[in-house]
Write a protein that binds this ligand. Structure first.
Ligand SMILES: Nc1ncnc2c1ncn2[C@@H]1O[C@H](COP(=O)(O)OP(=O)(O)OP(=O)(O)O)[C@@H](O)[C@H]1O
Ligand SMILES: [Mg+2]
Length: 746
């Protein structure tokens, strides 16, 4: 998860866009809950054929009562203030008076209510006896007012005894005044809107319903717009983030030293750039869009549900920890499963690359069967692992849905119990559980269900979020593990530039091994003067190419040192070193590009004349100009290949164009035919003038122009000398010579 978080941080530069998408998500959540809230007026209309006029009239009555109640409270405070000593017996007497007044009014109101309800029962329909109802409402209002006064007195007695110097009455009075101005503002607002509602809004139940539906549809449309914006913004942020991660990753990978490429395998690297990046992208998308949006939607509905009835809502939420634990466990299993499937995918890339790159060998040795088998086994293993991932993914959906349904059912059962029994307590035998603050009507309950169901939709959508993110976390681990590798061969912090080589190259007691165990080079001592041409000869695997890799600092020496003009290679900037070295290696590497660009690789500013001059020098010009597109021929396109000798000559031209101070030719002419070899040898001879040249070759005939020959055997320098000297002194050299001579004459 840590690695995933690290990669998510790449989104930081795009926070403004992300902020905008967040704002859209908030709007989506608000509109979502607003649309669900439309259920309530809908139910009111359906049950009581209510309309807006009725609603506003009721609101006005409610606010009026509220204002009167607040007035009564304020009046009560004034009475207490006028009494002088609030702790005295006068207050007690006053309390008795108020209490009596309240009791009387309450009784009267109750009697009237009963009579009114009986009247409804007799006439059989609500709304009967409008006059009675108005009288009842007036009585009830009276009772509320008396209640408010009594309430204020009780509250005041709580405040006693007073702290000296404080007067809680003032504070109370101020807060009541605030409340009163608030209530009267609402009252006047309702009064102001009443005539407009009467005039413009439909007063029939059905028409009101139509209006409501139009509003809901408009709401859904606006919500859709915000949803669209959010998704587009998130996709933008996600792609930009991925763009940065890819480039950062590529830069880090290029900076790694060669050892990483040889033991990681390029197909493994490619898998990390493609397959793993894909999984990461999905996770990022989920994180940036769903993880933000769905909980917001759930929260907005949840707050309505809590506001409607927090007790029932909390009861419904007892299953939430269970869901969370389930999701967490599923996530862990998921991450493991995904890691395995990603590894399997890497292996497939490996097989593909090996087979296609070596297709000639595969076919020549008729190994199609074996490759098919290998591919079959690995894809089968991927199939199993992927199905496992899909199974875990698919399981999470129904499980969470069940949990969500159970959640709503709990609230449904408890709520129905309350409504059916007309109570606010759930009788559990031993004790009673209060589940509502007031008796719930059926529409209140249905409204609560609608909001709870509204929560379950985002929760369901969140179901596979966890597994998606775990999937991305597994990919992030693989990406970061490579990104965190430190190149072992790196510039020192204040490495100096290496000036152009003009004096000597020294190998001083150089020891080296690739794996830290088996020594490849042992005690190599060699000093080469500027301008000298040194040939390295020796049997296969004796360490010639390795010596040159150390000179180019692809690897660092294990012991001893290599110095150019007295500068230890480890103390100079790698760039300044390598830019002085022209290299033609055993395996010629060309890029899918024009021949001209392949020759100019490493020297982008070279003009066409320079490119042609280099090609002429390496005797490549002739065959290049014979091609239909000449220097513009794209290598590798349309199956157009080059022969081994042609490739070597292009590589030679590339090295020559660089004008290097040091030239390394590792079997540079091994594939060139005998006729051309003589020409190229001459070209190299000319070109190596004034440059220090290392020549690795098995064809001992080309050693004539070398100033010195270094004979290497099993990682040691066996002897150094000219051709004739070595022939005299070294039996190994004589044997190599004989073999070469036999081959030449055969
Ligand atoms: N990247 C590598 N990782 C581990 N071992 C390596 C690596 N490259 C070469 N070796 C080993 O180091 C030894 C010397 O290899 P090197 O390529 O220097 O031989 P060479 O003298 O150039 O041979 P050849 O004449 O065949 O080109 C060999 O035994 C080889 O197995
Ligand atoms: Mg070699």
């Amino acid at each position: 998860m840590k690695n995933f978080a690290r990669l998510v941080r790449f989104a930081w530069p795009y926070r403004v866009r992300f902020g905008l998408s967040l704002a859209c998500a908030v709007m989506v959540a608000l509109l979502w809950s607003a649309n669900i809230s439309a259920v309530y007026p809908l139910l009111k209309i359906l049950f009581y054929s209510e309309n807006c006029q009725k609603w506003v009239a009721e609101r006005i009555v409610t606010q009026q009562t509220e204002v009167r109640k607040l007035d009564a409270r304020l009046e009560q405070i004034k009475v207490i203030q006028e009494m002088g000593d609030p702790t005295g017996p006068a207050l007690k007497a006053h309390f008795v008076v108020v209490h009596k007044d309240f009791e009387g009014k309450r009784k009267l109101a109750q009697e009237l209510e009963r009579a009114f309800n009986d009247g409804i029962a007799l006439k059989g329909k609500p709304g009967a006896g409008n006059r009675d109802k108005i009288i009842l409402q007036a009585r009830q209002a009276d009772q509320f007012v008396a209640d408010a006064r009594l309430d204020e007195l009780k509250r005041f007695s709580d405040l006693l005894p007073l702290e000296p110097g404080t007067n809680p009455l003032d504070g109370r009075q101020a807060s009541l005044l605030r409340e009163r101005s608030n209530a009267s503002w609402w009252l006047s607002t309702y009064r102001w809107t009443q005539p407009k509602i009467d005039r413009f809004l439909p007063n029939k139940g059905f028409q009101t319903l139509v209006l409501l539906m139009v509003m809901v549809i408009t709401g859904v449309a606006i919500k859709g717009l915000f949803l669209f914006l959010q998704e587009v913004l998130v996709a933008d942020v996600m792609q930009l983030t991925l763009f940065d991660i890819r480039n950062h990753f590529f830069r880090r990978t290029l900076a790694l030293d060669l050892s990483n490429f040889s033991d990681q395998g390029s197909s493994e690297l490619i898998a990390r750039f493609t397959n793993d990046m894909d999984s990461l992208a999905q996770g990022l998308n989920t994180l940036l869009s769903k993880v933000i949006r769905e909980p917001l939607r759930a929260i907005s509905c949840l707050s309505i549900a809590l506001w409607l009835n927090w007790r029932l809502t909390c009861l419904a939420l007892v299953l939430v920890p269970v869901s969370a634990m389930t999701a967490n466990r599923a996530g862990q299993i998921m991450k493991r499963a995904v890691r395995r499937s990603l590894e399997s995918m890497s292996n497939i890339y490996k097989i593909l690359q090996e087979t296609f790159q070596g297709i000639v060998v595969v076919k020549a040795f008729t190994m199609e069967r074996r490759e098919r088998r290998r591919f079959f086994l690995e894809t089968k293993s991927l199939y199993k692992k992927s199905v496992r991932v899909a199974t875990i993914d698919a399981l999470s959906d129904p499980v969470l849905e069940m949990l969500a349904l159970s959640t709503v059912s709990i609230a449904l059962l408890a709520g129905s119990y309350l409504v059916l029994n007309g109570t606010i307590f759930l009788d559990l035998g031993l004790f009673k559980l209060q589940l509502a603050s007031h008796r719930m009507a059926i529409e209140d309950l249905l409204y609560l269900y609608a909001t709870l169901a509204g929560i379950s939709d985002p929760v369901r959508k969140m179901a596979n979020v966890h597994s998606r993110i775990q999937r991305a976390a597994a990919a992030a681990d693989r990406i970061c593990s490579l990104m965190d590798r430190q190149p072992q061969v790196a510039d020192k912090p204040k490495a100096a530039r290496l000036p152009r080589h003009y004096k000597t190259i020294e190998f001083d007691q150089v020891e080296f091994s690739y794996n830290g165990r088996d020594p490849i080079l042992r005690g190599i001592n060699l000093s080469v003067k500027h301008g000298e041409t040194v040939a390295l000869v020796g049997p296969n695997g004796c360490g010639k190419s390795t010596m040159m890799s150390l000179l180019t600092r692809f690897w660092d020496v294990e012991a001893g040192s290599i110095r150019i003009d007295g500068h230890d290679l480890r103390d100079v900037q790698m760039r300044s070193l390598r830019s002085q070295i022209g290299m033609v290696i055993q395996e010629t590497i060309l890029f899918e590009d024009t021949i001209a660009n392949n020759i100019a690789y490493g020297n982008r500013h070279a003009n066409r004349d320079a490119v042609i001059a280099a090609a002429k020098r390496s005797y490549a010009h002739q065959f290049i100009s014979a091609m239909p597109d000449g220097y513009e021929t794209v290598i590798g396109e349309r199956g157009l290949g080059l022969s081994g000798g042609q490739r070597q000559r292009i590589a030679l031209a590339r090295a020559m164009l660089l004008d290097p101070a040091i030239l390394i030719l590792d079997e540079a002419t091994s594939a060139v035919d005998i006729q051309d070899e003589a020409l190229i040898r001459k070209a190299i001879e000319e070109f190596s003038r004034n440059r220090t040249t290392f020549l690795i070759t098995h064809s001992l005939g080309s050693l004539q122009f070398a100033d010195r020959i270094v004979l290497i055997n099993a990682g040691r320098i066996e002897s150094v000398g000219t051709d004739s000297e070595l022939r005299r002194s070294s039996p190994l050299y004589r044997r190599l010579h004989e073999i070469h001579f036999q081959r030449e004459s055969a």
